[in-house]
Write a protein that binds this ligand. Structure first.
Ligand code: SF4
Length: 703
C-alpha cells in the first residue's frame, strides 16, 4: 500500500444522493487530495467530475466565512463579534419573539446537505423544546412528492431497492431524470450493464433529449406535465396484453379495480396525442416492460417538482405494483435522491410534518412518545410551515425570524423575487453558512461561520438507504464551527437541557435509540460499527451483525395497515400554469453536468466551468425561427413573475414549444438576470407542497 493510501480517510461525496465513497488525504503542506474509494460498494472507485474535483473546494478558502458577524439594527453594518455575543443575542431575540408572538413566530430552513446529526439536533430543538414544527428543508423542493408517493402506495417513505438491483434488471424506465448528468455514477453502472447485456432495454421519458438518451432504446419526448397520461396508458396496455401479475395484485395489493377503470378512460392513441409522442412508442414501451424479468423505474425532479408531483409518483409506482415488480431482484420503484442526505434528514424527522424515525406528527401517540424521550415541551400537533410557506409568512409578517442553514434560497426557491421581499421584511435573519457568496448573506442580521465537508464528523444516508460515516480530516478555518455544535451551543443559551452531547457519536446514539422497533430500526448501530462495516443499509436492529436486508418488501408485506400495497387510481389533469397568447412557451429548469445547486462549491472550480461557462436558454430551432432568434442572440424571457436576460442556444434536443434554463446561476457581475427562478412560480402540489419548478408559461423575445 502506498504511503498516500495509508493516511487516507474514508468519507462520502457531499454532492448528490448517489453517495460515492471517497478516500481523502492530506499532503505535507496540509493540502487535501481525493480519489474514488475502490472498495466502496456504490462507486467501486469511480467518481464523476464533481466528486473528483472536490479537493479544490476544500483547499480554496478564499470565500470562507471565518468569524461570527452581527449587526445591532437593520441600519447598521455587520461587524465581527464573538460566538457568545452572536448566540446570546440570537437567543434573546428568539425568546422575545416566542414570548410575544408564540413559538410559531420562528423557523429553521435547512438543507439536504446537512448531516444526520445536524438535522437531529435542529429538529429536536424546534419541535421538542421551542414547541413549533417550523423546520423545513430544501429537500421539500426536491424529494417530498416521492416521499408522499411512497407513503401512500407502500405505507412508509421507504425506497425498496438497492443499487445491486441495477445489474439484475433487464428493463429500466427512467422518467423525469437525467442521471447521466445528475447521478453519474449510478448511470455508469447502468451503461456498463447495458453494454455487457445488449438485450437490456432502457426507456427514457423527458421533454429534452438528454445525455441519458444516448443509450436509450426508446426516448419518449413527452409534453411537460403529461406523465400521468403516459403512465396510465402503459398501465392500460399491460392489462390489455395480460402482462400484469394477477397473483401479486390479488394477494398483496388493493385498489386495482378502480385503477383499471381509470386507465381505460383514454385510448392509447388519445394518450399519445396528449403526450405528444408516437403511440407505437408507448406500445413498444409496454411490450418491453411486459417482457422484463427485472423492471426498475427511476425518477427524480421531473416527476417530483410538479403541482401534480404526488400523482405522477403514484402513477409510476403503479407500474411496478401491477406487474409485481417490487421486492424481487432487479425490480422496484427507485427514486434518485437529489441531495446527499435528504434521506437521513427524513429519518430523523427533519421536515415540518414529520417526527423522528418515520413517526407521524398527526399521531398523538407518536408525539407523546417523542416528547417523553426528549423530555422537553409539548410537541405541537400543528404542522409547521413548509419551505415556500415560510417565505410567504415572512413577507406577511406572521413569521418573524428565520434561521437559514447550508442553503441559498435566493437562487433556489421558485418565484425568487417573493423570497427577496420576504427576507427584506423579516425581523431577524440568521444565516449559518460556509461561504461568503450566498445572496442571503446581504439580508442577515447574524452570520454564523460553519465548518465544511472534511472539517466535521457525521453520517449521511444515500438513495439506497446506505448509511456512511464521514470522518473529520482537517480543522475548520479560524472560528468556523460544525453546524451541530453551533445548534447545541444555541440551545444551551436558550436554557434547554439535552443538548450537552459529548460528541457527534452521542447524537447518533440518541437518534439510533429512537428508531428501535420502527421500520427504519438502526438501534444496533453506532459509529464504531458503521466505521467497521464501512457502510450499512438500514434497517440494522439491535443484535444485527451485518446489513439485514438490501432490498425491502421481499415478503410482500407492506407498511400499510392491511400490509397490502395500495394501487391508487390517478386522474391525469394538469394543474400547472396554462400557456396563452401572452406567454405561449413552457419553461422547464434543471441541472447541468458539472455544477451543483447554487454553485457556492462547484463555482470555485475552474475545471468545472469548462463544460458550461454561463447559462444559456435552450430553444428548439423552429421556435427560434418563429421569433427571429439566431444562435447566441441575447433574449428576454418573461413570465408573469419576472424576467431573465440571457443568450439563446438552438437545439433539436428541446421539444418544440418548450424552453430550458439551468437552475444554478444567481447573481453574475451584479446582475440577477441569469436566475431561472425569477420566472418559476410557487404553485405547489397540494399534498407534498413541492413547487412546480418544471412548468411555467413564458414568452421569449429577442433583446
Ligand atoms: Fe459525488 Fe454524486 Fe458524482 Fe458520486 S455521482 S461523485 S456522489 S456527485
Amino acid at each position: 500500500m502506498s504511503a498516500k493510501k495509508k493516511t487516507a480517510f474514508e468519507t462520502t461525496c457531499c454532492y448528490c444522493g448517489t453517495g460515492c465513497g471517497i478516500l481523502a488525504h492530506t499532503d505535507q503542506k496540509g493540502k487535501v487530495g481525493v480519489e474514488g474509494n475502490p472498495e466502496h460498494p456504490v462507486n467501486k472507485g469511480m467518481l464523476c467530475s464533481k466528486g473528483m474535483n472536490l479537493h479544490y473546494t476544500v483547499n480554496d478558502c478564499s470565500d470562507r466565512l471565518l468569524f461570527p458577524q452581527m449587526r445591532f439594527n437593520k441600519n447598521m453594518p455587520l461587524q465581527k463579534v464573538s460566538w457568545d455575543d452572536a448566540l446570546n443575542r440570537t437567543a434573546a431575540v428568539f425568546k422575545t419573539f416566542i414570548q410575544k408572538y408564540g413559538p410559531d413566530s420562528v423557523a429553521f430552513y435547512v438543507s439536504g446537505q446537512c448531516l444526520t446529526e445536524e438535522y437531529y439536533v435542529i429538529n429536536k430543538l424546534i419541535k421538542g423544546f421551542i414547541g413549533s414544527n417550523n423546520i423545513d428543508t430544501n429537500s421539500r423542493l426536491c424529494m417530498s412528492s416521492a416521499v408522499v408517493g411512497y407513503k401512500m402506495a407502500l405505507g412508509e417513505d421507504s425506497v425498496p431497492v438497492c443499487y445491486d438491483d441495477i445489474e439484475q434488471a433487464d428493463c429500466f424506465f427512467v422518467t423525469g431524470a437525467n442521471p447521466a448528468w445528475c447521478h453519474p455514477i449510478i448511470w455508469r453502472r447502468v451503461e456498463a450493464h447495458k453494454a455487457a447485456n445488449p438485450h437490456v432495454k432502457i426507456i427514457v421519458v423527458d421533454p429534452r433529449k438528454t445525455d441519458s438518451c444516448s443509450i436509450a432504446d426508446i426516448h419518449l419526448q413527452i409534453n411537460p406535465g403529461t406523465d400521468v397520461t403516459l403512465n396510465n396508458a402503459i398501465g392500460r396496455l399491460l392489462i390489455e396484453n395480460g402482462k400484469i401479475d394477477q397473483q401479486f395484485i390479488d394477494d398483496h395489493s388493493e385498489g386495482f379495480a378502480r385503477y383499471k377503470e381509470q386507465v381505460f378512460i383514454r385510448t392509447v392513441e388519445e394518450a399519445a396525442l396528449i403526450c405528444g409522442v408516437d403511440a407505437r412508442d408507448i406500445i413498444k414501451t409496454a411490450r418491453y416492460i411486459g417482457a422484463s424479468k427485472g423492471f426498475l423505474t427511476m425518477w427524480t425532479m421531473g416527476l417530483n417538482q410538479s403541482s401534480i408531483g404526488v400523482n405522477k409518483n403514484l402513477s409510476l409506482i403503479n407500474l411496478n405494483l401491477i406487474t409485481g415488480h417490487i421486492g424481487k431482484p432487479g425490480s422496484g420503484p427507485f427514486s434518485l435522491t437529489g441531495q446527499p442526505n435528504a434521506m437521513g434528514g427524513r429519518e430523523v424527522g427533519g421536515l415540518s410534518n414529520l417526527l423522528p424515525a418515520h413517526r407521524n406528527l398527526n399521531n398523538p401517540l407518536h408525539r407523546n412518545e417523542i416528547q417523553a424521550f426528549w423530555g422537553g415541551t409539548t410537541i405541537s400537533e400543528k404542522p409547521g410551515l413548509t419551505a415556500t410557506e415560510m417565505f410567504e409568512a415572512l413577507e406577511k409578517g406572521t413569521l418573524k425570524a428565520i434561521w437559514i442553514i447550508c442553503t441559498n434560497p435566493l437562487v433556489s426557491l421558485p418565484d425568487v423575487r417573493q423570497a427577496e421581499r420576504a427576507l427584506k421584511n423579516a425581523k431577524y435573519v440568521v444565516v449559518q453558512e460556509v461561504s461568503s457568496k450566498p445572496e442571503t448573506l446581504s439580508y442577515a442580521d447574524v452570520i454564523l461561520p460553519a465548518a465544511a465537508w472534511l472539517e466535521k464528523e457525521g453520517t449521511m444516508t444515500n438513495s439506497e438507504r446506505r448509511i456512511s460515516h464521514l470522518a473529520k480530516l482537517i480543522d475548520p478555518p479560524e472560528e468556523a464551527l460544525p453546524d451541530r455544535e453551533i445548534i447545541c451551543r444555541f440551545a444551551q443559551k436558550m436554557g434547554f437541557k439535552g443538548f450537552d452531547f459529548e460528541n457527534d457519536a452521542a447524537v447518533y446514539d440518541e437518534h439510533a435509540a429512537l428508531t428501535a422497533g420502527t421500520s427504519i430500526d438502526v438501534s444496533g448501530l453506532n459509529y464504531e460499527l458503521i466505521k467497521g462495516l464501512k457502510t450499512v443499509q438500514w434497517p440494522f436492529p439491535k443484535g444485527a451483525t451485518q446489513s439485514e436486508s438490501k432490498r425491502l418488501f421481499e415478503d410482500h408485506l407492506f407498511l400499510t395497515p392491511s400490509k397490502k400495497a395500495i394501487i391508487h387510481s390517478v386522474e391525469d389533469a394538469i394543474m400547472s400554469e396554462k400557456p396563452d397568447d401572452d406567454y405561449p412557451l413552457i419553461l422547464t429548469t434543471g441541472r447541468t453536468r458539472d455544477q451543483w445547486h447554487t454553485m457556492s462549491k462547484t463555482g470555485k472550480v475552474n475545471k468545472l466551468k469548462q463544460h458550461l461557462a454561463k447559462p444559456l436558454l435552450e430553444i428548439h430551432p423552429e421556435d427560434a425561427a418563429d421569433l427571429n432568434i439566431q444562435e447566441g442572440d441575447i433574449v428576454l424571457v418573461n413570465s408573469r413573475r419576472g424576467e431573465v436576460r440571457i443568450a439563446a442556444t438552438l437545439t433539436n434536443s428541446m421539444k418544440k414549444g418548450v424552453v430550458f434554463l439551468p437552475m444554478h446561476w444567481g447573481k453574475v457581475l451584479n446582475s440577477d438576470l441569469n436566475r431561472a427562478n425569477n420566472l418559476t412560480n410557487n404553485l405547489l402540489d397540494p399534498i407534498s407542497k413541492e413547487p412546480d419548478f418544471k412548468f411555467c408559461a413564458v414568452k421569449v423575445v429577442k433583446y
